[in-house]
Write a protein that binds this ligand. Sequence first.
Ligand SMILES: Nc1nc2c(ncn2[C@@H]2O[C@H](COP(=O)(O)OP(=O)(O)OP(=O)(O)O)[C@@H](O)[C@H]2O)c(=O)[nH]1
Ligand SMILES: [Mg+2]
Length: 472
Amino acid sequence: MSRQRISHEKSETHSDVIAAIITPPGEGGLGALRVAGAGSLELCGPLLGWQTTHPESFHMRLTTCVHPQSGDALDEVMAVWMPAGKSYTGDEQVEIFTHGGRITLKNILHALFYAGARPAEPGEFTRRAFLAGRIDLSEAEAVAEIISAKSDFAYRAARDNLFGKTSALVDGLRTQVTRLAAFLEANVDFPEEDIETEDYREVTELCRESQDTLKRLIDSYSGGKIIRDGFKVALCGAPNSGKSSLFNALLKTHRALVSKTPGTTRDYISEWIQIGDIAVELSDTAGLRDDAEEIEAAGQEFARHIAEQSDLALWLIDVSETDWSQNLSKSFAANLDHCILIANKTDLLDKTKLPGLGQLAQKHFPRKKLVPISCKTGAGLDALESALEKEINLRLPDQTDAYIVTSERHKQKFSEARAALDKVASGLSNNASPELIAFDVRQALNALDEITGKVYTEDLLDIIFANFCVGK
Ligand SMILES: Nc1nc2c(ncn2[C@@H]2O[C@H](COP(=O)(O)OP(=O)(O)OP(=O)(O)O)[C@@H](O)[C@H]2O)c(=O)[nH]1
Ligand SMILES: [Mg+2]
């Protein structure tokens, strides 16, 4: 375990100059490179033809970028210099905007390495911003979240965190717990007969308030996880029931093979769609039947696993098969709680038989919802999307709630703080020793401080920034 550090140490700037391409790979109108560290300007001078040691900061200038050794022109670029303390990383920084071609960017990056920069590690620019004290740890984590947001809801949560929503919330809780600590220091030695005093009531109330806030935050994570990671929907059912057809219909594109031969889908395929404001990961799986040969059986193992791990399984039924309800009772879907029945191929059914479907499902599977559709005609697909949106909304926290925890790490730290305050509360009611209670209060504060990075270890930073890509 590396040494714990506290926030007032954070005003680091760095003497080694790092460089990386900061735009995604591929072709584009623009590509960008970032160079950061003391001496960035001097290092970039020969490439950018900047003679003066101090060009005007934040002044974008058009120039020809050349290789510092050969003098070969590499590209026509725009470049900007930012002094230390006024850049993304907090270090002196140069940003170079090139034409967005892989080779151009690679050549300029190599020219920067030749000039003395070293390759930036994953997340190193943002790690420097944290170490410089420009952003706190929850804000640094929000950078990765906003970049990887898969839905509008995830984007809004990440954006709010980037603008300090988590930090403000933790600060509020911290103030409350600090007040508790101060109060305890002054009043902790409650003699047993004083247990009904005003002071005692106030301190227990303060503790209870913080416990309640933390509980609400921890509970919000089950919905927060869906906001951040998306809602997982598995399409499963017997071979030929129309899983791949529905997969394509929901994606609105021909992605999976559809054929009348049972057992067409062997491996599973996953794609993302957005329903309401939430990202949904749809997985098409192999049809489930008993007499499958080896490869098909391996695919079916995946299918069962995906169905079990999903937030919701859509179990497709081919309603043109008369014995579908007997088959369903024998299938593993019968015991799958998070499962909606999708009655497909209703176009093959006499219209008068449609109401009977619902009644049959109600009789044999009273706890399961049934949605009739036809992938062929498109009938019922809108109703299915509405049913999906409803299911998702049921799992989300109340959106008018002030704050939703979307990070597993934050949930873990809130849980540690809550466990520590639970001990404080029982210490208070059992008249435990003041030192013991104070220790637990400190544990709670420590857990909160690890969210914003007021206290941190190098190991913790390594874990957090390992999830970033090079260039962030
Ligand atoms: N009439 C009709 N045929 C459909 C409908 N949906 C799918 N089919 C047909 O049913 C057959 C099987 O469809 P798929 O989507 O491949 O079924 P699957 O469940 O993915 O099948 P496996 O991958 O083999 O498990 C194909 O011939 C489809 O054209 C529907 O709503 N109505
Ligand atoms: Mg299929």
